[in-house]
Write a protein that binds this ligand. Structure first.
Ligand code: ADP
Ligand code: ZN
Ligand code: ZN
Length: 723
């Protein structure tokens, strides 16, 4: 019998055996429809074997082979197997989650991509006269293809039975799907590279085989230009390029920018903002090699790319590369593995690399490439001033110094940006009489006051309430907003500077599709004087008129219990500060803080990532935190606190009994201990090396799966970023 082992989207770590008709042409990587219980499921053939451990009569036949899409290449299947092993996530769910939704259904895939066919080398060498003359259609096709490649529509025009004939010709090895083979020659040059840029480009292009490069360049140093030159180099060698970008950066502008730089190379984007149809079509174009530049967010790291020759990861420190549910992968780390597997270079770019990456560059695992100068000659780094909030009278969160600085910019017709990492009007509403606070009844968080629609909202579970007219606890009508959010700053500015054009950018104001790109257009068209917003504004945008950045309240992160909080804060502030003075006019950054002596601010003022990174590394080494150890988080949540804690205690006991080489910490409540009426808790595991951690996890996971876990959801998070 002909047996195939199929990956299915089920929470089980096995493959499933099915039989195939002897004459079936199904191959590894192909999609199939198979019976499972009373359902029919889509799966991927992972292996073809001669025999099964199951008794013959228990093996059901494959219902249908879906051959409207090329099989997934073996290389991608290997990558997915690695991810399943490394992240301890069921193989079937890993494989299926890598596909666009359309390919997870048996709906036929209509191809909008022209399928282009051409002769293989053996096909070219054929002497048609020696072939059996009765295969008329095949001969006609071979004959036609000798003149050059043709798409399927042209071939159909030769004969209605062309598709069947083609299949035989492909099978015979004479015809193949041809990819666009002309190298993308045209390349819009914009700048002569600086010496630093050139050195970086040379280091990567002269590299043979796998190499991981950390491109550490200050904001405005022209990392993008380095990417462009590297892409050009790869395209000329007829390679595909994968450019990963953080979620927020995926803007039509970015796409258009790279299109304009490479007018001949087909570019597609892949991100969650695309409709399913478009995403599938783009994916197929990447898979058949037609798309040469793939610009995508984390999920695009799993795109089949037959000619992949270069991977670029922009803003490699960005936490959006880490998926926080399901397969909890880090797209950056998977990309590195992929480059290694394929033997190609990968470049990680950032002004503030993740400490892990910086450490790897220092220890020689990655090669460090530095850009220390801003690329535009006149542009200097912004000057940074700290405002001690203990010493001034603040008005709605703004210091007099910041207000004065804003006024100056308005007079000079320059742009300002106020950065505050809280959306809403105020983080909580309080009763002045009894101290009642607006808390969420279902979570351990507060209800945030949103003034435009007069609502209290929970940012964790989505609960919404009308703002009460008086205190629900004592009836006092005097309820006061406490703390500052983006809406409150916007309201204050509107009152204070009624003539100026103020724009608020946060998740609320950009909820509607297209609103963010409309806003960016307004900014680009110089229609905005003051921008108020969250981290959405910090990343990657080039605002040439911007000369002032105000940071309103960075202090929470300074003394947070999350050991990564200050690393993230530095990156965020460096990035937001980097928005100022990117063109000719010098920029200024004002930071309001109650801790102006904190070493983080000192390093930020000196634009000294390196000394800051060294400080953090020394702390981490002392505390035994990553990158000096490897971590895993076991999380659990459920409706009953008892069940959650018992499960984790038992998990801990089982783990402790397994080994002494890894450290299992105590079971503790999660950072948000209750969400949507579920109790959440966690258990941290730490080891000196992956080599001890991974075997432990392999032994431990089956024990976890065997533990009673009524109504519980639990997950393993490898290399967790959130605590
Ligand atoms: P980064 O991504 O490092 O923050 P960008 O790539 O956005 O920096 O470049 C900053 C600015 O410098 C852009 O306006 C870009 O056009 C310009 N630029 C880049 N390289 C050069 C160069 N070699 N000569 C002149 N200008 C450059
Ligand atoms: Zn009250
Ligand atoms: Zn809630």
């Amino acid at each position: 019998m002909h047996i195939v082992r199929v990956a299915l989207d089920l929470p089980l770590s096995t493959l499933f055996d099915y039989s195939l008709a002897a004459d079936s042409e199904a191959v590894v990587g192909q999609r199939v429809l198979v019976p499972f219980g009373r359902k029919q499921l889509i799966g991927i053939i992972m292996e073809a074997v001669d025999s099964s451990e199951l008794a013959d009569e228990r093996i059901k036949p494959v219902s249908r082979v879906l051959d409207d899409v090329e099989p997934l290449p073996a290389e991608l299947l290997r990558l997915l197997r690695f991810c399943s092993d490394y992240y301890h996530y069921p193989l079937g769910m890993t494989v299926l989650s890598a596909l666009p939704a359309r390919l997870r259904s048996d709906e036929p895939v209509s191809r909008k991509v022209p399928q282009i066919y051409g002769l293989t080398e053996t096909g070219l060498a054929l002497d048609l006269a020696t072939l059996p003359q009765r295969q008329k259609v095949q001969l006609r096709i071979l004959n036609a293809l000798q003149q050059g490649v043709m798409d399927i529509a042209q071939l159909r025009a030769l004969s209605a039975s062309a598709p069947a004939a083609l299949r035989s010709l492909v099978e015979a090895g004479w015809v193949e799907l041809a990819i666009q083979t002309a190298p993308a020659h045209r390349f819009a040059t914009q700048h002569t590279l600086t010496d630093e840029q050139q050195t970086a480009v040379d280091a990567v292009t002269q590299n043979m085989g796998y190499g991981c490069f950390l491109l550490h360049g200050i904001t405005g140093s022209g990392k993008t230009e380095v990417y462009v030159h590297l892409m050009h180099h790869a395209l000329q060698q007829n390679k595909q390029v994968l450019l990963l970008v953080p979620e927020i950066n995926l803007t039509p502008q970015l796409e258009n920018y790279f299109r304009s730089r490479f007018p001949d190379a087909e570019l597609i984007s892949l991100h969650s903002g695309l409709g399913d149809g478009e995403r599938t079509q783009n994916w197929l174009r990447a898979q058949n090699g037609q798309a040469r530049i793939i610009l995508g967010t984390r999920l695009s790291v799993f795109t089949p790319l037959p000619e992949l020759g270069l991977i670029l990861v922009d803003e490699e420190h960005d936490s959006s590369y880490k998926q926080q549910d399901g397969l909890r992968y880090s797209a950056r780390d998977v990309a590195i593995f992929r480059a290694h597997q394929r033997g190609i270079p990968i470049v990680l770019g950032s002004a503030t690399p993740a400490l892990e990456s910086y450490y790897n560059a220092q220890s020689g695992r990655y090669r460090l490439l530095r850009l220390n100068q801003r690329a535009v000659a006149q542009a200097t780094l912004p000057s940074l001033r700290l405002i001690n909030t203990n010493q001034v009278l603040m008005q709605e969160g703004l210091s007099p110094q910041l207000l004065t600085a804003l006024e100056q910019r308005l007079q000079r017709g320059e742009q300002s940006l106020l950065f505050i990492n809280r959306r809403g009007y105020a983080p909580v509403l309080m009763c002045t009489a009894c101290g009642w606070l607006s808390t969420c009844p279902h979570c351990s968080g507060k209800l945030v006051l949103h003034l435009p629609d007069r609502r209290l909202r929970c940012h964790h579970c989505g609960l919404q309430q009308r703002v009460p007219s008086d205190c629900p606890s004592c009836g006092n009508p005097d309820l006061q907003p406490v703390g500052i959010g983006t809406q409150r700053v916007e309201a204050m500015l509107n009152e204070r500077f009624p003539q100026s054009r103020i724009l608020r950018v946060d998740r609320d104001s950009t909820r509607n599709k297209g609103s963010w790109s409309a806003m960016r257009q307004q900014i680009a068209d110089d229609k905005i004087d003051i921008l108020v917003g969250t981290q959405m504004l910090a990343k990657g945008h080039d605002f040439p008129k911007l000369t002032l950045v105000g940071v309103l309240n960075p202090d929470n992160a300074l003394y947070s219990s999350d050991f990564r909080a200050s690393e993230k804060l530095f990156a965020q502030l460096a990035q937001v500060a980097g928005r100022a003075g990117r063109a000719e006019k010098p920029g200024e950054v004002l930071i309001q803080t109650a801790f102006p002596d904190h070493p983080l601010f000192h390093a930020l003022r000196e634009h000294d990532y390196v000394s800051w990174a060294e400080t953090l590394l020394a702390e981490r080494r002392l505390a035994g935190f990553p990158p000096f150890c490897f971590q895993v988080m076991l999380r659990a949540e459920g409706p009953h606190a008892d069940g959650v804690f018992t499960f984790l205690q038992q998990a801990r006991k089982a783990g402790t009994a397994l080994t002494h080489e890894v450290e299992l910490y105590g079971v503790v409540p999660a950072a948000l201990p209750r969400r949507a009426n579920h109790t959440r808790a966690q258990l941290l595991i730490q080891a000196d090396s992956r080599a001890t951690l991974q075997p432990f996890l392999r032994a431990w996971r089956p024990l976890l799966e065997a533990l009673p876990a009524p109504k519980l959801r639990w997950s393993l998070d490898i290399d967790p970023l959130e605590f």
